[in-house]
Design a binder for this molecule. Structure first.
Ligand code: HEM
Length: 444
């Protein structure tokens, strides 16, 4: 009989006092179960590296930041690459935007360029952002991503067509992080010593070239592994930082609203100007400390680099610090990867406030969601790339199911026709949809 059977209700159970070793065990168990922090609400899966930025060209006529004051100036950088919608366990082969977030540790403070691998975005209106995020999230009942939800959003928001065509092309699944370009995506501003303001787009051009994933790797985390192994073997990846510059006068007569994040600035009108070179040459010694706990934000900027009236950029200003207060706590800024050692600390707030309060001119073709996607299809892609794009669109649209499937497909076909007739025709043929006069009339 066990000793417990000797107890009756009237007897007191005396528990042995907790010993120091029990407390230590509890503490170690508690540390183990509390070892994770909330993941980023988007861009959860990522890889990071440190490196160096070197100024190679003089842009001091556009920008007063000490970073750009002379050729040869260097600063430390941190980069985090990520998949926008993939969960932490997602495959690097998923079709998705890739985040390309860069921090420059300058002597005037942090300048964060929190961009993507595609130069445009899905919406120009912050009020559509949560609808967009819902469309990309798993279905409430199946917990699986749903083609119907995604294409319902795309077809209801034709301003998404431009980035959608890029995403469905080979660029939607890059070979790895080294072989992809990066873009600040939004329009920012540069302010020079005479307080003149220039509108600017930032580009990060991969010196490894931009290549699409060719299905060669069976490794789930191949892009992460590629980054680690190339840096570990001294094959340091490099990007050229370049800018497109638009003057205030040019902005007034621009064919498209220069603050619309669904549009690019054509390179023939606004050629690339080289600024410097980024080299990634150092793997973080502790992934959790440096990559997981990095708190990057478009609101982190320095004197001489301002923002713009781009509404999506403005919506992002509050959102990142807010997410990080939840994800990392109030002291996130004191974590080593986030610490700002600049001295003295300059305040870029005047430059930021000026560019945010700027009231842009009216542009009468705000509803033109088709010309630029059409140019991407007919001028940027070559013939083989066009066929891949069409195949990818057909394969995805074939998965649209549910009672509204026919409407979604017809709406989206109209958008494709309006961008380019060949594109609309070939997708419709691939989907075995009969083209009706109504659909065709949209393209004329
Ligand atoms: C209204 C629009 C947007 C909102 C509200 C938003 C919000 C957020 C939030 C809350 C995070 C997580 C931040 C963190 O926990 O550290 C995040 C991450 C990120 N976002 Fe956005 N975002 C928006 C649009 C964009 C756009 C247009 C881009 C690219 C041009 C972008 C690029 C990124 C990247 C790269 C990350 C990951 C940063 C990192 O690696 O730490 N986002 N976004």
């Amino acid at each position: 009989m066990s000793p417990d059977h000797n107890f009756n209700d009237s007897q007191k159970i005396t528990q042995p006092a907790l010993g120091l070793s029990d407390l230590l065990v509890s503490e170690s168990v508690a540390r183990s179960v509390r070892r994770k922090i909330p993941e980023r609400v988007t861009n959860a899966k990522g890889s990071g590296a440190f490196g160096t930025f070197t100024v190679t060209h003089d842009i001091s006529n556009y920008c007063k930041s000490s970073l750009f004051s002379k050729i040869g100036t260097k600063c430390r950088v941190f980069t985090r690459f990520s998949a926008m919608h993939g969960e932490k366990g997602s495959s690097d082969a998923e079709r998705d935007l890739r985040g390309f977030a860069l921090r420059f540790y300058t002597e005037e403070g942090h300048w964060d360029l929190v961009g993507n691998n595609l130069p445009v975005f899905f919406t120009k209106e912050p009020q559509h952002f949560s609808e967009y995020m819902r469309a990309q999230s798993p279905d409430a009942s199946t917990n699986l991503r749903s083609a119907a939800k995604k294409w319902d959003f795309y077809s209801a928001h034709p301003e998404s067509l431009h980035v959608l065509l890029m995403l469905m092309s080979g660029r939607g699944v890059p070979a790895n992080f080294r072989e992809m370009h990066g873009y600040g995506t939004h329009t920012f501003s540069l302010i020079n010593r005479n307080s003149e303001r220039f509108w600017v787009k930032f580009h990060l051009i991969s010196q490894q070239g931009a290549h699409a994933f060719n299905g060669g790797s069976t490794q789930h985390n191949f892009a992460h592994i590629d980054l680690l192994s190339s840096i570990n073997t001294g094959n340091f990846p490099k990007w050229t930082l370049a800018i497109q510059v638009m003057t205030a006068e040019e902005a007034k007569t621009s064919r498209w609203n220069p603050f619309d994040v669904t549009k690019v600035w054509l390179h023939e009108d606004f050629p690339l100007i080289e600024v410097g070179e980024i080299e990634l040459n150092e793997i973080p010694t502790n992934y959790f400390d440096d990559v997981e706990q990095a708190a990057l934000s478009p609101a982190n900027t320095i004197s001489g680099i301002g923002l713009s009236p781009d509404k999506i950029l403005q919506a992002r200003l509050f959102s990142y610090a807010d997410a990080q207060r939840h994800r990392l706590g109030l002291n996130a800024e004191q974590l080593p990867v986030n610490q700002d050692f600049s001295s003295p600390k300059y305040h870029a707030m005047d430059d930021v406030a000026q560019s945010i309060s700027f009231k842009p001119d009216q542009y009468d073709n705000e509803g033109d969601h088709y010309t630029q996607p059409g140019l991407f299809f007919s001028k940027v892609l070559n013939d083989a790339e066009r066929q891949i794009l069409i195949r990818n669109i057909v394969e995805e649209m074939q998965q649209i199911e549910g009672s509204d499937a026919k409407n979604i497909i017809n709406r989206q076909l109209c958008h494709l026709f309006r961008a380019n007739i060949e594109l609309g025709m070939k997708v419709a043929t691939g989907l075995q949809v009969n083209i009706d006069a109504n659909m065709m009339s949209h393209s004329l």
